[in-house]
Design a protein around this ligand. Structure first.
Ligand SMILES: CC(C)(COP(=O)(O)OP(=O)(O)OC[C@H]1O[C@@H](n2cnc3c(N)ncnc32)[C@H](O)[C@@H]1OP(=O)(O)O)[C@@H](O)C(=O)NCCC(=O)NCCS
Length: 333
C-alpha cells in the first residue's frame, strides 16, 4: 500500500503587527472586547507592494520544501487553498507556481474557506494513495486585511481576520505506521449565507450592477457570528470523533489537536467536549487572528517548531468554516 506523509512544513506572516489597540483608530472597539470574545491580541497585515497572496505562499512553500530536504523541482502537483486570491481569477496557486519556477505541473485551486487546507490535504492524500503523484505541495494563503470593512459597521468581522500563509509537503510512503491515517470532509450548503461575501458573483442580473454592489455592501463579509459559533462547536467535535472512530482511537490517544484558529472560545469549548488537557490543543490565534485557509498550516508548523509534534504522535487537524464546511485529518506522525 502507498500512503502519504507530511515531510516538510513552513509558514510566512507579514511583518506588520496590528494590535487590538491599533484597530480602535478605525472603529469603535476595545482590546478588552476582542480578547474576551475571541482570544485575539494581534494579527498581521500585508504590506502593499511587498507581499501578495502568492508571494507569501511562495515563502511558506520554500520553507516547507527545504525542510523536506527537497528542491522545488521535486514537486509534482500543487493544491492551493484560498478565498482571497490576488486576482478574481486565475487563483494564486498559478502565480505561486510561476514564482517557484514550476511551469507545467498541475495546480488545483481550492476554496472551501476555513476548511480549505484540510480539503486540500485530503485531495493531495488521494492523489498520492492512487500512485498518480509522489510529492505534492499543499498550501493555504490569505490576504484578508484588504477586504474586511474596518469601520464600526464591519467590526464584528474585521477584528477576527488576519493575513498569512502556510504550506506542507506530502510525500509517498510505504510505512503504515507514519502517515496520514484518514481525512473526513463535510459540508452543508443550507447555511451558505450565514458567512459569505455576495459580490462579485453571478447573483445579480448584469455587470452594470457594480455601483449597487458597493452601495449595498455586497463586497462586505456577512457573518451571523452566533450561528457560526453554535454550528462550529458541534461540527468540530463530530468530525474529530469521526476521525478517531475510523481508526480505532479514543480522544485520550490524541497527542495534539490542531483546530482551525477561529476563536479561542470555540477551541476551548471543543477541548472540553473532547476532554483534552490544554497542552494537547494548539492555539496561536492570539498572535495571528483567523487566517482562514492558512490557519491550520501556520498552527501546525509552529507546533512542530516548538517540539509539540514528534515522530509517532497522533495529530488531529480539524476545521470548520463558511459553506458551512467542516473537515478533519488524523495523522500518525
Ligand atoms: C463574532 C463574535 C466574536 C461576536 O461575539 P458575540 O458575543 O456573539 O457578540 P454579538 O455579535 O452578540 O455582539 C454583542 C455586542 O458587541 C458588539 N460588537 C460586535 N463586534 C464588536 C467589536 N469588534 N468591538 C466591540 N463591540 C462589538 C455588537 O454590536 C453587540 O452590541 P449590542 O449588544 O449593543 O448590539 C462571536 O459571535 C463569534 O466568535 N462567532 C464565531 C465567528 C467565527 O469564528 N467566524 C469565523 C468562522 S471560520
Amino acid at each position: 500500500m502507498t500512503y502519504s506523509t507530511i515531510t516538510g512544513l513552513g509558514f510566512y506572516v507579514p511583518e506588520k503587527v496590528v494590535t487590538n489597540q491599533d484597530l480602535t483608530q478605525y472603529m469603535e472597539t476595545s482590546d478588552e472586547w476582542i480578547r474576551e470574545r475571541t482570544g485575539i491580541q494581534q494579527r498581521r497585515y500585508f504590506e502593499y507592494g511587498k507581499d501578495t497572496n502568492a508571494s507569501m505562499a511562495t515563502a511558506a512553500s520554500r520553507m516547507a520544501i527545504e525542510r523536506a530536504g527537497l528542491q522545488p523541482s521535486d514537486i509534482e502537483l500543487i493544491v492551493f487553498a484560498t478565498i482571497t486570491p490576488d486576482y478574481f481569477f486565475p487563483g494564486s496557486g498559478f502565480l505561486m507556481q510561476r514564482e517557484l519556477g514550476l511551469e507545467g505541473i498541475g495546480v488545483i485551486d481550492v476554496r472551501n474557506q476555513c476548511s480549505g487546507f484540510v480539503y486540500a490535504l485530503s485531495i493531495a492524500d488521494q492523489f498520492i494513495k492512487t500512485g498518480m503523484y509522489k510529492t505534492v505541495l499543499v498550501v493555504g494563503s490569505e490576504i484578508q486585511s484588504t477586504w474586511v470593512n474596518k469601520s464600526t459597521a464591519g467590526r464584528n468581522v474585521a477584528v477576527i481576520f488576519g493575513d498569512g500563509a502556510g504550506a506542507a509537503v506530502l510525500q509517498a510512503t510505504q510505512d503504515a505506521d507514519h502517515r496520514i491515517l484518514s481525512t473526513h470532509l463535510h459540508a452543508d450548503g443550507r447555511h451558505a449565507e450565514e458567512l459569505y461575501i455576495r459580490d462579485p458573483g453571478s447573483s445579480r442580473p448584469t455587470r452594470a450592477a457594480t455601483k449597487e454592489m458597493v452601495d449595498e455592501g455586497g463586497f462586505d463579509v456577512v457573518m451571523n457570528g452566533n450561528a457560526v459559533f453554535k454550528h462550529a462547536v458541534v461540527r468540530f467535535a463530530e468530525v474529530i470523533n469521526e476521525a478517531l472512530a475510523a481508526n480505532g482511537y479514543r480522544s485520550e490517544d490524541i497527542n495534539l489537536l490542531v483546530p482551525h484558529q477561529a476563536n479561542i472560545r470555540i477551541s476551548d469549548y471543543v477541548r472540553q467536549q473532547m476532554n483534552l488537557p490544554e497542552e494537547k490543543v494548539m492555539n496561536n490565534i492570539q498572535h495571528y487572528g483567523n487566517t482562514t485557509a492558512a490557519s491550520i498550516p501556520i498552527a501546525l508548523t509552529e507546533a512542530w517548531e516548538q517540539g509539540r509534534v514528534k515522530r509517532g504522535d497522533l495529530v488531529c487537524l480539524a476545521a470548520f468554516g463558511s459553506g458551512f464546511t467542516w473537515a478533519s485529518a488524523l495523522i500518525k506522525w
